[in-house]
Design a binder for this molecule. Structure first.
Ligand SMILES: [Zn+2]
Length: 255
């Protein structure tokens, strides 16, 4: 699990890693190139687990409480516990709209997202949003909250057209390992459009392992490979990308 020395030169913030869902023990994971990380919950159980894992990390961690759009249909049952967790968590989410898998109805997903947006507004906490094949509906809803609190679009996959539109909303685009895939040409063109001040990096551990580690479970240190690709696309040095993305996350977390 240990990475080579060349990967340790600069530090990164992994803005989205589900360490509570990883099969690896925390003691087995290499955090040496990680400045700090964010562990998002996807339901009440995993949000509580995110808080626990944060407390056991050898580095600084932040956690969030939320209900994933896949499970939006469970919102009524989870609402009370989520509300209690929102007051404690550093961030709200992961929530959002997923019209690709549609594991909950569009109506349930909309209500669930609205519930999280209202919590972010109330607590003035950043929100983590998952968006898949739902660019139009998400834009219309998020637009109402522009400027109220920081918004992170996690594992952004939008093409140039949507990226330009969302840029007007002053939100943060978190780029995952998908950008390293040969099939992700549209996303690679989008990344070129996103100003450094709006870029974040993530692994989405244990999912979305970047090239050249595909086939393995993802882990925070692999954010390096995504960083390398993004730096190439932006034509900036790793040092520059590291300092910008750390500063962006500091800003949105108010630290
Ligand atoms: Zn996630």
């Amino acid at each position: 699990m240990k990475e080579s020395a060349s990967n340790q030169e600069f530090k990164w913030v992994d803005t989205h890693c589900h360490l509570q869902l990883s099969k690896h023990k925390i003691s087995e994971i290499d955090f040496s190139n990680i400045e700090y990380l964010i562990i998002p919950g996807v339901d009440t159980k995993s949000s509580i687990k995110a808080r626990e894992v944060c407390e056991s990390l050898p580095i600084k961690g932040y956690w969030s409480a939320g209900l994933h759009p896949h499970d939006a249909k469970k919102m009524e049952d989870e609402k009370e516990t989520l509300e209690a967790l929102f007051s404690e968590a550093h961030l709200i989410g992961e929530t959002g709209l997923d019209y690709y898998r549609n594991l909950s109805s569009k109506d349930d997903q909309y209500k669930n997202l609205k519930f999280h947006l209202e919590a972010s507004k109330h607590y003035k906490k950043p929100i983590i949003i998952h968006c898949r094949d739902s660019f139009d509906d998400l834009y219309n809803l998020v637009h109402e909250y522009q400027g109220e609190f920081p918004i992170i679009l996690h594992s952004w996959t939008g093409g140039k057209k949507w990226t330009k539109r969302y840029l007007d909303l002053d939100i943060y685009f978190s780029i995952s390992g998908i950008v390293t895939y040969d099939t992700a040409k549209d996303l690679q063109l989008s990344v070129e459009e996103i100003p450094l001040e709006r870029l974040l990096l993530e692994t989405d551990t244990p999912y979305l392992t970047p090239t050249p580690k595909r086939g393995e479970d993802n882990q925070p240190s692999y954010v390096f490979y995504t960083a390398q690709k993004v730096a190439d696309l932006k034509g900036v040095s790793l040092e520059e990308l590291s300092s910008h993305t750390i500063a962006n996350t500091n800003t949105l977390l108010g630290i």
